[in-house]
Design a protein around this ligand. Structure first.
Ligand code: F6P
Length: 366
């Protein structure tokens, strides 16, 4: 019987539970045993009760709940070879040789490295006397399939990541709340949103709420000049009768000399314009709450496909990452997608903003 483990890793995102539910139930449907790894890679290292065999009803109610019910953790030990060896031993003890990981680029890179090292880790475990050659015989290879859970929508090659639309919805709700009080006092509000290296949340929230101005890392504003432009735009909107101003700043926003542009920098400029200005840093409220419909169906369809991918893969198949392109669930090469995602950050650092955008828009055709 095929034994598959599913885990969530890195920052949580709404829809991760829906992904776990889909993996558990699809696995059971295809006659597999499915285990949930609790607390991310930390649970993989601890083994035992952290690897729990899941039944159909264990994931009841998971579809809509935000965060991750099986937990996540940042695990430094998994970055070390000895940690991965320990994790391999725990998986073999349970008879598991396939792992579906829902997480961001860091977690997925770790998973693929684990897969490439697996044969040598198993060999070492035999040498250490932990298992006999016969015991490890069925566990020659580890299968890894990735699902992207990230509110930032920062993975190259896929249109949306699990959690991004829920976070976007939360931001828009909060900006709507702010608008009511801002208009009452004729105030300007600078709203800082998440998205470490990616301006998707800021850009989409700005469009959806009719913001006056948006700062994102991929379109760095001209150093020393953005201040005047910002003032001019906000004043123009005021002259047209707008009673409030909304400026959305991505937490990773930059100017074209790569200096950070912070919500407070923006506030100072608006104060110079004579506007009564407040800063709201939305923080982790963006990552909380229930999953919106988009994230529920995305995670469900991708979770189903991740199990199918496990069952179809051979030891030669490169680890796939399940994505979505033009409304179709696709499989992309995990390592290439992660590499491209990293090159986006590098392109921004070398001020090649167009390249950054086109890299993230790379399409992988099956
Ligand atoms: O990767 C998602 C994200 O929400 C980023 O936008 C943000 O910078 C980061 O996680 C914060 O994560 P944490 O609070 O877990 O360190």
């Amino acid at each position: 019987k095929k034994k598959i483990a599913v885990m969530t890793s890195g920052g949580d995102s709404p829809g991760m539970n829906a992904a776990v539910r889909a993996v558990v139930r699809t696995g059971i449907h295809y006659g597999c045993d499915v285990f949930a790894v609790y607390e991310g890679y930390e649970g993989l290292l601890k083994g035992g009760e952290y690897l729990k065999k899941m039944e159909w009803e264990d994931v009841r109610g998971f579809l809509s709940i935000g965060g991750t019910l099986i937990g996540t953790a940042r695990c430094l030990e998994f970055r070390e070879r000895w940690g991965r060896k320990q994790a391999a031993a725990n998986l073999i003890s349970e008879g598991i040789d396939a792992l579906i990981v829902c997480g961001g680029d860091g977690s997925l890179t770790g998973a693929d490295l684990f897969r490439s090292e697996w044969p040598s880790l198993v060999e070492e475990l035999v040498k250490d006397g932990k298992f006999t050659t016969e015991q490890v015989e069925p566990f020659k290879n580890l299968t890894i399939v990735g699902l992207v859970g990230s509110i930032d929508n920062d993975m190259a090659g896929t249109d949306s990541t699990i959690g991004a639309y829920s976070a976007l919805e939360r931001i828009c709700e909060m900006v709507d709340y702010i608008d009511a009080t801002a208009k009452s006092h004729s105030r300007a509000f600078v709203v800082e949103v998440m998205g470490r290296h990616c301006g998707w949340l800021a850009l989409m929230a700005g469009i959806a709420t009719g913001a006056d101005y948006i700062f994102i890392p991929e379109r760095a504003v001209p150093h020393g000049q953005w201040q005047e432009e910002l003032k001019e735009v906000c004043q123009r909107h005021r002259d047209k009768g707008r009673r409030n101003n909304t400026v959305i700043v991505a937490e990773g926003a930059l100017d074209d000399k790569l200096n950070p542009v912070t919500a407070n920098d923006v506030k100072d400029v608006l104060i110079e314009l004579g506007l009564d200005t407040k800063v709201t840093i939305l923080g982790h409220v963006q990552r909380g709450g229930t999953a919106v419909a988009h994230d529920r169906w995305l995670a469900t369809l991708q979770g189903v496909d991740s199990v199918k991918a496990v069952l179809e893969m051979t030891p030669e198949t490169p680890s796939p990452l399940i994505g979505i392109l033009e409304n179709k669930i696709i499989r992309m090469p995990l390592i290439e997608s992660v590499k491209l995602t990293k090159s986006v950050a590098a392109a921004i650092e070398s001020k090649d903003f167009d390249k950054a955008i086109s890299l993230r828009d790379t399409e992988f055709i099956e």
